[in-house]
Design a binder for this molecule. Structure first.
Ligand SMILES: Nc1ncnc2c1ncn2[C@@H]1O[C@H](COP(=O)(O)OP(=O)(O)OP(=O)(O)O)[C@@H](O)[C@H]1O
Ligand SMILES: [Mg+2]
Length: 245
């Protein structure tokens, strides 16, 4: 990867809202424009690499990278899992790892490594965990992102999550008012007006059966083909491209 001035996109929201699915499909949409993405899968409690790439052997973890104060571009590159798309690299935790697998990361080091990553890709897409208080990769991403995509669902539990979590982002450095609010997994028979009123909504992402199937079959990187889903991803990719970095 040559030297870039990449944008950092944080994908954050309630549990199961479709953040990981969205992050991958956003990277695929950007790849169509020949834009390179580095997707950081931050979940240490239910690692995503083996879920997304069940057929890959020897998946490497990014765990040590964040603990190293001297980590440079080569170390970042070495922690990447190269995918079939020449424009997308993934980074995450592997099967069996948990919160005790690595020593704690310092906030400064996470910030520094994200900055380094921006020089290596057009987009650093951080697939955040809902609970930002216990995941430094998520906290720093939300603080430093050029763009935050905030995903919620038309469910009472999702409303409750944002009631509890949004106050944690009240400080002006989080620029909460600039979040792109995405109401996810929308079905026509849902009380979406209630959800829109409660969560706020800039765009709706439809419920797609294909998404469930792809996840179970380990085929998420093939990309969701449904034209309604693709149209929303495209719209968001365009909005993100217009953001100042
Ligand atoms: N638009 C969609 N329509 C229907 N199902 C979806 C959609 N997006 C994701 N899903 C499904 O919802 C489930 C959760 O998706 P995903 O893992 O992407 O969510 P998440 O927000 O990353 O979850 P977590 O908070 O556990 O990390 C998966 O089974 C996935 O296939
Ligand atoms: Mg996820």
């Amino acid at each position: 990867m040559s030297s870039k001035n990449g944008k950092l996109v944080a994908v954050w929201g309630s549990s199961g809202a479709g953040k990981t699915t969205f992050a991958i499909n956003l990277a695929l949409a950007l790849a169509k424009k020949q834009l390179e993405s580095l997707v950081i899968l931050t979940d240490i409690n239910a690692p995503d690499l083996k879920v997304l790439l069940p057929f890959e052997k020897d998946l490497k973890s990014m765990g040590y990278l964040w603990t190293r104060q001297d980590a440079d571009k080569t170390d970042i590159y070495n922690a990447c899992v190269v995918t079939k798309s020449e424009y997308i690299c993934l980074m995450g935790y592997t099967k069996g790892e948990n919160a005790f697998s690595y020593s704690d990361y310092t906030k400064d080091n996470v910030f520094r490594i994200y900055e380094e990553m921006r020089t290596m890709a057009d987009y650093v897409i951080v697939d955040c965990v809902p609970n930002l208080a216990y995941n430094m990769l998520t906290t720093v991403a939300l603080e430093t992102a050029d763009c935050v995509v905030r995903m919620g669902e038309a469910k009472k539990k999702s409303f409750s999550f944002f009631d509890s979590s949004l106050p944690l982002l009240a400080d002006s450095r989080y620029e909460r008012e600039k979040h792109i609010r995405l109401l996810s997994k929308v079905k026509s028979d849902m009380p979406i007006e209630i959800a829109k009123k409660y969560l706020g909504c800039d765009l709706e992402l439809p419920y797609i059966e294909e998404a469930q199937k792809q996840m179970m079959e380990g085929m998420l990187l093939s990309g969701i083909k449904d034209p309604c889903y693709v149209a929303v991803i495209k719209e968001i990719a365009e909005r993100i491209e217009k953001e100042e970095s």
